[in-house]
Design a binder for this molecule. Structure first.
Ligand SMILES: Nc1nc2c(ncn2[C@@H]2O[C@H](COP(=O)(O)OP(=O)(O)O[C@H]3O[C@H](CO)[C@@H](O)[C@H](O)[C@@H]3O)[C@@H](O)[C@H]2O)c(=O)[nH]1
Length: 414
């Protein structure tokens, strides 16, 4: 069956919680477990038999980093990959409606839509099989997973028939508890979805025609898949949920990128053992799952892991300890430093630092600082307590403040 996949990558105004990490590269290209975030999606899509084309859709200006990535991913995964740029942020449903001809060209009988800012096992083949077994071949499938009652409020919540898994009720980010089954942001659609999105578009047009506005047509194209389409489809017999037990997480904040990295590194032991570093005589000590870019230079007395990802051209000095961290390309960790629960910024070296927490809430006041450099010197410091993002590790980082030197807070010492 001819299939396509659309990856929703958003654009520069979105993803503010990811700043300043997203200043340097667009968030979808931020490395998670050693490869750009969306490469995990592309790899999963390319594996599905019948995949004809993968479309990245967003409102980023085309840029060199994105173009280079697309060329190398096409070569590696042997599937056409294109970027479709929305003229404005059209929402999670507006872009796919606007580019529907491109999605369906070549006779696609079904297509996946994937949010770029999630990490997952991407059980795409299982979603296809589920659709064959439950519902009918024209139904739409949402990937769902279980969250606790508090966490669920941050996601799309799904109430489904326990036997058939048909979605009976859908509420996007409800204010009170609706269901523990949440929307993972991964969907399987048939071309019939465009009739439903089209109805929303027509309704928007009619409503906006009443307003005296010159850009009414454009605003009518802004459509949210979740609130505008799924809510209406619930209970119609056309929308089903496939619940996965596999790993899944959002990647919204810098702290959650470390968590996502851990999940993917763990998966590598089965899917890509060659990407995991091994203990070798005369090499650094590797504990648990660690990715090291082939161009990185690691001193043999360093101890790395678990859950560490070392980027291109990174230098790690003697006696360095790195744990639960991502070290971005070109960074340099001087001798005997300790890096825990941290993202080390591009090309950063130590010497000025101020430990801060970069979880969602605590990080916001710091977003205006120029460069995220992350670094703790000669001491192992525990992550400060974080209550704002339950479930996510709280991240310690340092901000590089040219000309200023900050003492490490005594209270954070081990
Ligand atoms: N192309 C494009 N992509 C967009 C746009 N707006 C958002 N996106 C992309 O669509 C995805 C969803 O983004 P949000 O709109 O920020 O939604 P959310 O808060 O992440 O919630 C969504 O995902 C959750 C799972 O992670 C779901 O639980 C929830 O129901 C919803 O689908 C992200 O990958 C984002 O980059 C847009 O205008 N255009």
């Amino acid at each position: 069956m001819p299939l396509k996949a659309v990856i929703l990558i958003g654009g520069p105004q979105k993803g503010t919680r990811f700043r300043p990490l997203s200043f340097e590269v667009p968030k979808p290209l931020f490395p998670v477990a050693g490869v750009p975030m969306v490469q995990h999606h592309i790899e999963a899509c390319a594996k599905v038999p019948g995949m004809k084309e993968i479309l990245l859709m967003g409102f980023y200006q085309p840029n060199e980093a994105l173009s280079r990535f697309l060329v190398s991913a096409q070569q590696e995964f042997k599937v056409p990959i294109r970027y479709l740029q929305e003229y404005a942020a059209l929402g999670t449903g507006g872009g796919i409606y606007h580019f529907r001809d491109q999605i369906l060209s070549g006779g696609a009988e079904a297509f996946f839509v994937l949010n770029a800012d999630v990490c997952s096992e991407f059980p795409l083949q299982e979603m296809l099989e589920f659709r064959q077994q439950h519902g009918d071949v024209h139904s739409f499938v949402i990937l769902g997973t279980t969250a606790n009652r508090t966490q669920a409020l941050n996601y799309g919540c799904i109430v489904a028939n326990a036997g058939t898994q048909e979605v009976q009720h859908y509420v996007e980010k409800p204010s009170t508890f609706v269901s523990e089954i949440i929307n993972c942001g991964i969907y399987l659609f048939t071309p019939a979805i465009f009739q439903h999105i089209g109805e929303v578009f027509q309704r928007n047009q009619q409503e906006l025609a009443l307003e005296e506005s010159s850009n009414g047509w454009q605003r009518a194209e802004v459509i949210r898949l979740e609130q505008d389409v799924f809510t209406a489809l619930a209970g119609s017999g056309k929308l089903y949920v496939y619940k996965t037990d596999g790993f899944w997480s959002q990647i919204k904040s810098a702290g959650s990128a470390i968590y996502a990295s851990r999940l993917y590194l763990n998966q590598y032991s089965k899917s890509h053992p060659e990407r995991l570093a091994q203990n070798k005589p005369g090499g650094p000590v590797i504990r648990g799952n660690v990715y090291i870019h082939p161009t990185a230079s690691i001193d043999s007395t360093a101890v790395l892991g678990p859950n560490v990802s070392i980027g291109e051209g990174v230098t790690v000095g003697a006696g360095v300890r790195v744990r639960e961290s991502i070290v971005l390309h070109g960074a340099s960790l001087h001798d005997h430093t300790c890096v825990l629960n941290t993202i080390v910024g591009w090309d950063s070296t130590w010497p000025w630092y101020k430990p801060v927490c970069i979880c969602r809430e605590h990080f916001l006041p710091a977003v205006s600082w120029v460069q995220l450099c992350v670094f703790l010197h000669r001491r192992a410091l525990p992550a400060p307590p974080c209550h704002s993002s339950p479930g996510y590790p709280c991240t310690i980082c340092c901000l590089q403040l040219p000309g200023r030197s900050w003492p490490i807070s005594k209270t954070w010492e081990l």
